[in-house]
Design a protein around this ligand. Structure first.
Ligand code: FDA
Length: 394
């Protein structure tokens, strides 16, 4: 039976990085994945350019039942450390918006970099491997891999969450946690588009493809200012993906569709300048014309000139456009979600090492853990930081 100092399950962002670090520290590392190539989500990420970190990564950008848990790892391996690594590989990058860093060329460069780091650490990579069984005894863990058995004293679970089953996502990590008595918090899709109830969908479906700047707020008061996109299923775009992580079924979200203007002051100013301009044309200076037309055809925007718009109508209009209340029907679910909220309960792990408190030698890193970042490179930063923290302890 082959023996390794460390076996890492999952050759995604966290697993590749952890295996590389452990290998470079002189440990004999086996990295196992069920897919046919490593880093499949990295390759898909950021529209193929991988939003690999965020300049503003800090604990407040992460959701967890235990908000303090992520602090230690994020502080010890920061976005600047990863930017430094990317720089050493000569990978050119740019900030797109809101601190989000993307490769200039391709996400493949990040995977190539991580593979080169694994090679430096002489990591053995085994792809297309299912872990059929894990047995623990006093000396460590024995894993059955498609008919083959391997042993280790340190087992790192980096098998990710449930989002995008087409990219190899599986509940494997949660099963391992439960096998060894660790609590797993309920999971749900995060960073995911909303679907709408039929009447509202029928109303807005023709707007599919239209994007507006918006401030979107959840019932708990959290809000994001980014773009909202109408789709043929409902609502998407960065604003919606962000708020979806804070939304629970049955709740409402509130949208300000004119976040850049004081709408009442704008209408007053337009009325003085051009009283006979139609309200529709005036609003089209602040909102996509198609959206204004649809709201007018629905009777929600009066078909009047600015001179004819009375005080009560203006107040109702301002309320409609700055306080648009939507009750999503649901989300598109794991099929299109970028992340999985919930997962291995961090109360059962050491925040310094990611090791299970009650199960020596068993570690959980990356998305399988109940730490979920905002959209914008925060989730990869958690993968790098948690992997690094774990590798220091191996
Ligand atoms: P990850 O999912 O990367 O890796 C888990 C690995 O485990 C996979 O290789 C899988 O095949 C393997 N595995 C699963 N079950 C197994 C089993 N039973 N046996 C063996 N192996 C198993 N984040 C970000 O910060 N910036 C971005 O630009 C994006 N973009 C993005 C786009 C898309 C389409 C998605 C779906 C997600 C993103 N994300 C993102 C989120 C980001 O991809 C995610 O948070 C990290 O990949 C999580 O890294 P992990 O290593 O924890 O899991």
């Amino acid at each position: 039976m082959k023996k390794f100092d460390v076996i890492v399950i999952g050759a995604g962002a966290a697993g590749l990085f952890c295996a590389a670090q452990a290998g470079q520290a002189g440990l004999k590392v086996l990295l196992v994945d069920n897919g046919k190539k490593p880093g499949r989500k990295i390759l898909m990420s950021g529209g193929g350019r991988c939003n690999f970190t965020n300049l503003y990564a800090e604990p407040g950008a992460y959701l967890s039942a235990n908000p303090h848990f992520c602090k230690s790892a994020l502080a010890r391996y920061t976005q600047w450390d990863f930017i430094d690594l990317v720089g050493r590989y000569g990978i050119a990058w740019h900030e797109k918006t809101l601190g989000q860093l993307f490769c200039d060329e391709s996400a493949q460069q990040i995977v190539d970099m991580l593979m080169a780091e694994c090679e430096k650490g002489q990591v053995t990579l085994r792809l297309r491997s299912e872990i059929l069984n894990i047995v623990r005894d006093d000396d460590g863990y024995t894993l059955s891999l498609n008919g083959d058995e391997v042993r280790t004293s340190a087992l790192v679970v980096a098998s990710g969450g449930l989002s995008m089953p087409g990219l190899g996502a599986s509940p494997f990590g949660y099963k391992v946690a439960r096998q060894f008595g660790l609590p797993v918090l309920p999971t749900r899709a995060g960073l995911v588009p909303f679907t709408l109830h039929k009447p509202q969908l029928a109303q807005f479906q023709t707007l599919s493809g239209v994007s507006v700047a918006a401030v979107i707020s959840a019932e708990n008061g959290v809000s994001f200012r980014e773009n909202l996109l109408f789709t043929h299923r409902g609502l998407s775009g960065p604003a919606v993906l962000q708020i979806s992580s804070y939304w629970q079924p049955g709740e409402w979200v509130t949208v300000n569709l004119v976040p850049d203007a004081d709408l009442a002051a704008f209408l007053d100013e337009r009325r003085s300048a051009q009283p006979d301009q139609s309200l529709k044309n005036a609003l089209a200076q602040q909102l996509p014309k198609r959206l204004v037309e649809i709201l007018q055809s629905e009777g929600q925007i009066p078909d009047v000139t600015l001179r004819q718009l009375n005080v009560r109508q203006q107040e109702a209009l301002v309320d409609l456009l700055t306080n648009w209340r939507v009750q999503p029907n649901g989300t598109e679910g794991y099929r299109t979600a970028e992340v999985t909220l919930g997962g291995v309960d961090t109360h059962a792990l050491s925040s310094r090492t990611m090791e299970a408190r009650e199960v020596p030698g068993l570690y959980f890193i990356g998305e399988v853990v109940d730490v979920t970042g905002w959209l914008g490179g925060y989730n990869f930063q958690w993968a790098w930081s948690s992997a690094w923290a774990c590798a220091q302890a191996l």
